[in-house]
Design a protein around this ligand. Sequence first.
Ligand code: BG6
Length: 476
Amino acid sequence: MTTFPKDFLWGGAVAAHQLEGAWQAEGKGVSLADVMTAGSNQTPRKITAGVQAGENYPNHTGIDFYHHYKEDIKLFAELGLKCFRTSIAWTRIFPQGDEAKPNEAGLKFYDDLFAELLKYDIQPVVTLSHFEMPYHLVTEYGGWRNRKLIDFFTKFARVVFQRYRQQVKYWMTFNEINNQAQLDDWFLFTNSGLQVQPGEDAAELMYQAGHYELVASALAVQIGHQINPDFQIGGMFAMGPSYPASPDPRDVMKAERTMQANYWFTDVQCKGKYPAWLKQYWNRQNYQLDITLEDEDVLKAGTVDYIGFSYYASHVVQATDAEADDFMTQASDTQVTNPTLQASAWGWLIDPVGLRYALNWFTDRYDLPLFIVENGLGAVDKFAKGQIHDPYRIAYLRDHIQQMALAIAVDGVNLIGYTPWGIIDLVSAGTGEMSKRYGVIYVDKDDQGQGTLKRWKKDSFTWFQHVIATNGQDLT
Ligand code: BG6
């Protein structure tokens, strides 16, 4: 029996700012990612006020995919990829974000990139906004706190939908739009370009920015479908299931509310409206959000075609003694360890069955096609004489693919594709490190930015090549 559908989209995922480099090439503007320094597991990345001399900004050079893409795509073809998920760097197209006209050189780069992929029958899968909005929109407009961003974003979307209407079918609007629900400074910045000022309520700000993004996304879906009715335009969510710490019903309620509080973005993008619990919450908090009746119509008319999501880890939550009736204590303050699971070197819990759980959860709630557009293991690889033995990565991917197969064969979920994250080593979004490697292709570059940039196949390359060749039938 063949488990995976015959046109299953086996692929690999990246994001422009994490691999392209060439941060100023041919008119590109400064993005959010260009003002983030290198960090580590212990030291958070800094967000600097503009690009400053003497700082190390790893995204400025990435792995120089901008100049190596032909060679890399050749390797992707050898691997057998059916699709390649990347993003369009908004700042290549609109360097500042608010220009009247797009930058032709930036558009041309993606013409060439997509043509190169299609030459090998590799479908581009494209995210419009992946943690890389123009920095100018932050300094001049305050990021997504400002309604004007809707116009800037939809203009960008229209231009690229129009330009690549024959090359790209699968799109996603905002990468991991729900990360910001965690309310930490990092995600507020990377998702929405928000920098919370003294006296501001971070949550209220996040709900407002999130609303403008959801309106922008819904408008983009409508624009895209007008330009090409065959477009498949998805949302993209960070999925990390929250399990209750115990059978205590209060823990169960806590886990339920944590899921609701993380996936209301998904509710809006899939169902076209805000969930009742959230509206109650806003009323009780006395938030004054700018949500018009017209916006509500837009949300209804711009629901997504599929659910794209990343899956790396699961979490366990426990109700605190002081939990209010709404169970809205910040989930990160209520997380406890899961003694049944091992963690990666960066502390991410490895939970393949959680992926099956997630596939079922999304299906029950939204009944839409699902696309796993990120999944993988960040690990330190040892390079020795041109060889990289990475059995830990093979085991991770195998265990997750096995659960995908069960979700399809036993649970009947409609899973259309799988693009493991960082198919080629790139700059970590969270830490800015190169040494947190996900790829099946190794890139010779270290955390200090030194290296030849030469590409090497890891053991996982040959393994994944065989998985794709057998359409997921043989995972040995
Ligand atoms: C997702 C992002 O959150 O996780 C990627 O969409 C990111 O951009 C990936 O790289 C892995 O996270 P990290 O911090 O290990 O790079």
